[in-house]
Ligand binder design. Structure first.
Ligand code: URA
Length: 428
C-alpha cells in the first residue's frame, strides 16, 4: 500500500477500507508515514468527509495504537464522562465524587486545558501536592479501595491521537466532526469504562458553535460507543455563557468545593444533579434529583472528594481552611447599564481569563493557577448601574486590565427583556 494512493482515494471522494485505515494509522504511529502526507489526508477528509464505517474503523485503529486499560478487576458498572470542553467547566470535579458517593466506581482519565478552554487536570494540580500521574495498577487499586480516581491521560493511551491531534492543531483540521469523534471516542474506549456519558458543549465557548453540528457530533460518538458495546449517552449543553461563576484553576476548585459543601448557585447545583442522574442511570441506578442534591448537602459527595484528594497526596486541610487563591491584583468591573443580562459571551470570558494567565495559548505555556474571573451576574439576572458584573484576578504586571476587561464588557448584553436559557439542551 502507498499513502499517496490513499490520499488520492479520499481526495476523489471514495471510501477507504478497514485494512487501508488500519495500515495508515499503524504506519503513522510508527513514523513510517510523514506528517505532510497525514495532513494531506486530514485536509482531504475536511472536503470529502468520512462514512460511518470509515469513522468506526479509524476509531478502532486508533484504539489499537496504544495500551488499553483493563478495569475488569473493579466490580460494578464503570461509567466514564467526557466533555468536549468549555469555559468554567468544572463539572468532573463535582460529578465524579457525587457519582462515587452512590457506590458507582469512577475511574477517570482527564485532560489539560488549551486556549480559552480549561482542563480538569490543571485544576486538580492547583491543589497543593495533588498527584495526577498513576500507574495502571495503582489507578485500579485506588478505585477498588475508595471508589474513585481521577488522573491525567497515560502517554501510552491512543498514541496515534497524540500525533494526529498535534498535527491537526497546526494544519487547520481540528474542527472536523469525524476526526473529533474518533479522537474522543478512541480515548474513551481505550480507557476501559463500560458506559460513557458525553457532554457535547455548544456555543461561543465550545468547539461546536451551532446546535446542528453539536447534534451530529453527539450522534456520531453515541453510535461509535454503542457499536462497540459501550452504552453511550450524550447531553448537549449550553456554552454560550461560562459554566458556574468561576473561571481559572484555583477559582474553579473553590467553586467546586463550595458546591460539594452544599453551596454554589442553585442553578449550577441543579445542572450537576441532572448530569449525575444520567450518569447513575448508565450504571443501572435510578435516583431522583432530590436524592442526588441531598448527597451534595449531606457531606457524602464531599467525603468522596476528600478521599480522592488525600489518596492522591493533595492537601485537603489546606484546601478547606485557607483562602486558596491570592493574586497581587484584582479589578471589579461594574455595569454601566440597568436591565437584564441577555448575553455573557463564553469565548470572550475564556480569552480574558487566558490572557490574565489562567490558560495556555500553546501547550508549553505555564499557568498562573490563581488567575481568573469571578462572575457576579449571569444570563437572566437583573442588574442596576454600578452593580459588579465580574472580578478579574491576576499577577502579571504587564496585563492591560483596562483594555482586556473592556473586551468582555463589550460582549455582555443587557436589555429590558428577561431571557432564560437551559443548561441541558438535548439528550441523545
Ligand atoms: N477533544 C479531543 O480529545 N479531540 C478532538 O479532536 C477535539 C477535542
Amino acid at each position: 500500500m502507498r499513502m499517496t494512493e490513499l490520499i488520492q482515494k479520499k481526495r476523489d471522494g471514495h471510501e477507504l477500507t478497514k485494512s487501508e485505515i488500519s495500515w495508515m494509522i499503524d504506519n503513522y504511529t510508527n513514523d513510517q508515514i510523514p506528517d505532510y502526507q497525514m495532513s494531506a489526508w486530514a485536509m482531504a477528509v475536511y472536503f470529502r468527509g468520512m462514512t460511518k464505517t470509515e469513522i468506526a474503523d479509524l476509531t478502532m485503529s486508533m484504539v489499537a495504537s496504544g495500551v488499553q486499560i483493563d478495569l475488569s478487576e473493579i466490580s460494578g458498572i464503570k461509567v466514564d464522562k467526557h466533555s468536549t470542553g468549555g469555559v468554567g467547566d468544572k463539572v468532573t470535579l463535582i460529578l465524579a465524587p457525587l457519582v462515587a458517593s452512590f457506590g458507582v466506581p469512577v475511574a477517570k482519565m482527564s485532560g489539560r486545558g488549551l486556549g480559552h478552554t480549561g482542563g480538569t487536570i490543571d485544576k486538580l494540580e492547583s491543589i497543593h501536592g495533588f498527584q495526577v500521574e498513576q500507574s495502571q495498577t495503582d489507578f485500579v487499586k485506588q478505585v477498588k479501595e475508595i471508589g474513585i480516581s481521577v488522573i491525567g491521560q497515560s502517554d501510552d493511551l491512543v498514541k496515534a491521537d497524540k500525533l494526529l491531534y498535534a498535527l491537526r492543531d497546526v494544519t487547520a483540521t481540528v474542527d472536523l466532526i469525524p476526526l473529533i469523534a474518533s479522537s474522543i471516542m478512541s480515548k474513551k474506549i481505550a480507557a476501559g469504562a463500560d458506559s460513557i456519558l458525553l457532554d457535547v458543549t455548544v456555543g461561543s465557548g465550545a468547539f461546536m458553535k451551532n446546535i446542528d453540528d453539536a447534534r451530529l457530533l453527539a450522534r456520531t460518538m453515541v453510535d461509535l460507543g454503542n457499536a462497540v458495546g459501550r452504552k453511550t449517552i450524550a447531553v448537549i449543553t449550553d456554552m454560550s455563557q461560562p459554566l458556574g461563576t468561576a473561571i481559572g484553576n484555583r477559582l474553579e476548585i473553590a467553586e467546586s468545593l463550595a458546591v460539594l459543601q452544599g453551596g454554589g448557585t442553585a442553578d449550577f447545583r441543579h445542572f450537576i444533579a441532572e448530569i449525575a442522574q444520567i450518569m447513575l442511570s448508565l450504571a443501572g441506578l435510578e435516583k431522583s434529583i432530590d436524592e442526588i442534591l441531598a448527597n451534595l448537602s449531606n457531606g457524602a459527595a464531599l467525603a468522596k472528594f476528600k478521599a480522592l484528594i488525600t489518596h492522591q497526596q493533595g492537601d485537603f486541610d489546606e484546601l478547606v481552611n485557607t483562602p486558596i487563591h491570592e493574586t497581587k491584583f484584582s479589578k471589579i468591573v461594574k455595569s454601566q447599564k440597568s436591565g437584564y443580562i441577555t448575553a455573557f459571551d463564553a469565548l470572550a470570558a475564556g480569552k480574558l481569563a487566558m490572557s490574565a494567565g489562567a490558560g495556555r495559548a500553546v501547550k508549553s505555556d505555564s499557568l498562573d493557577l490563581d488567575a481568573g474571573i469571578h462572575i457576579f451576574k449571569k444570563i437572566g439576572d437583573k442588574v442596576a448601574i454600578g452593580d459588579p458584573l465580574f472580578q478579574i484576578f491576576y499577577n502579571k504586571e504587564t496585563f492591560d486590565v483596562v483594555t482586556e476587561s473592556q473586551i468582555l464588557l463589550d460582549n455582555i448584553s443587557i436589555s429590558d427583556e428577561k431571557i432564560s436559557i437551559n443548561d441541558i439542551l438535548e439528550i441523545i
